[in-house]
Ligand binder design. Structure first.
Ligand SMILES: Nc1ncnc2c1ncn2[C@@H]1O[C@H](COP(=O)(O)OP(=O)(O)OP(=O)(O)O)[C@@H](O)[C@H]1O
Ligand SMILES: [Mg+2]
Length: 334
């Protein structure tokens, strides 16, 4: 059986080398006896997939990708261009979309994740008030909620473009959604999602019952985490002043249904978290994607772990300070 190689984005300034953000992963991979290839991320994003994979040798066999997030359609072009060169991305285009976009994984995780409703969109155009009211009604119609798209939130603009204090106040929901869509602009992925807000345990202890208040995630405005299609999921370095009060999240990396790495969320890499995976494991298996991440948060009332979101493992950010050697070794043994 041929051993999978891993494709990393090339450094735009030095296309023969991995992008500096992924250079350490490439180095660890090499030290583990693995092989990597490079892809031109800008060409991929621009829809020039054939050109983007020029550096990948022909007939390279099984392949994983570790790199920046790609819109699902661009990932499909990437997969097709590799197939045409005799390569085989081990996460198929439908598999990528299923893990990467909320509507793709929600059906499997429903009940284990905050109730969610979505409104597909054809571009950066805010949904009309009727569509927003209908989506709000689908998740109960009252109580606090959060707004995001199929892939990312604007958690750094929490009050303005993420948190909705009361769903029944449709004018306020409309305002947050409009601002969210405006800020996402051309990077809006798929459409608008409304999710019921749940109180999670925070780094500074149990929640104080003030949704979006003291403990609002990065509410004090940590550095932008590279959201939008150019980011990796769960961008790093948001460990700003708000970190003391954010929800405690664990990021669990699953390969073929088994957890191969359990660590903190990249936004709070210093927190140690030990999630109970009993309920999540069968759901990950049911999803059927080979390499995914789940971000888990513990309910503030201690009633168990919740899935905040699912992601494709190829584009999930690793927290600083974690050693991914075991993960990389598992990938090339898969
Ligand atoms: N339903 C919810 N209830 C309470 N808090 C939530 C909810 N959804 C999201 N959050 C908070 O907002 C943050 C951002 O949400 P989410 O993880 O869905 O967006 P994101 O932009 O994809 O984040 P990232 O990719 O950085 O993990 C979460 O880390 C969590 O703290
Ligand atoms: Mg998240």
């Amino acid at each position: 059986m041929p051993v999978p190689a891993i494709i990393f984005p090339a450094d735009p300034l030095n296309p023969r080398r991995p992008d500096p953000h992924f250079a350490w992963e490439a180095r660890l991979l090499r030290e583990s006896g693995g092989e990597h290839h490079l892809v031109d991320h800008d060409a991929l994003l621009a829809g020039r997939a054939r050109e983007a994979v020029r550096q990948v040798p022909r007939d390279s066999g099984p392949l994983w990708y570790r790199g920046w997030m790609l819109p699902s359609a661009r990932y499909a072009g990437f997969a097709a261009a590799l197939t045409a060169r005799g390569g085989n991305l081990l996460t198929s285009a439908p598999g990528y979309a299923a893990a990467h976009e909320l509507p793709g994984w929600y059906g499997v995780f429903e009940g284990a994740t905050p109730a969610s409703a979505w409104i597909p969109s054809d571009g950066p155009v805010p949904p009309g008030p009727e569509a927003i009211a209908a989506a709000a009604a689908r998740i109960g119609g009252s109580g606090p909620a959060i707004v995001k798209d199929y892939v990312k939130s604007r958690k750094h603009e929490w009050d303005e473009a993420c948190y909705v204090p009361e769903l029944a106040d449709l004018a306020a929901v409309d305002r947050v959604v409009r601002r969210f869509v405006e800020l996402q602009g051309e990077f809006l992925a798929g459409g608008v999602v409304l999710r019921r807000y749940e109180e999670f345990e925070r780094a500074d202890g149990p929640a104080d019952g003030a949704p979006g208040g003291v403990g609002a995630p990065d509410g004090t405005g940590g550095p932008e985490d590279g959201g939008g299609p150019d980011g990796v999921e769960g961008g790093a370095e948001a460990d700003g002043p708000g970190a003391g009060g954010r929800a405690v999240e664990a990021r669990v990396w699953w390969l073929d249904g088994s957890p191969v790495l359990v660590g903190p969320h990249p936004d709070a890499p210093h927190l140690s978290v030990e999630p109970d995976l009993t309920d999540v494991r069968p759901l990950v298996r049911m999803l059927g994607c080979r390499f995914v991440t789940t971000d888990l948060a513990s309910r503030a009332d201690g009633s168990g772990w919740r899935v905040v979101e699912v992601g494709d493992g190829q584009v999930s950010e690793l927290p600083h300070g974690i050693d991914p050697s075991g993960l990389l070794t598992s990938l090339i043994a898969a």
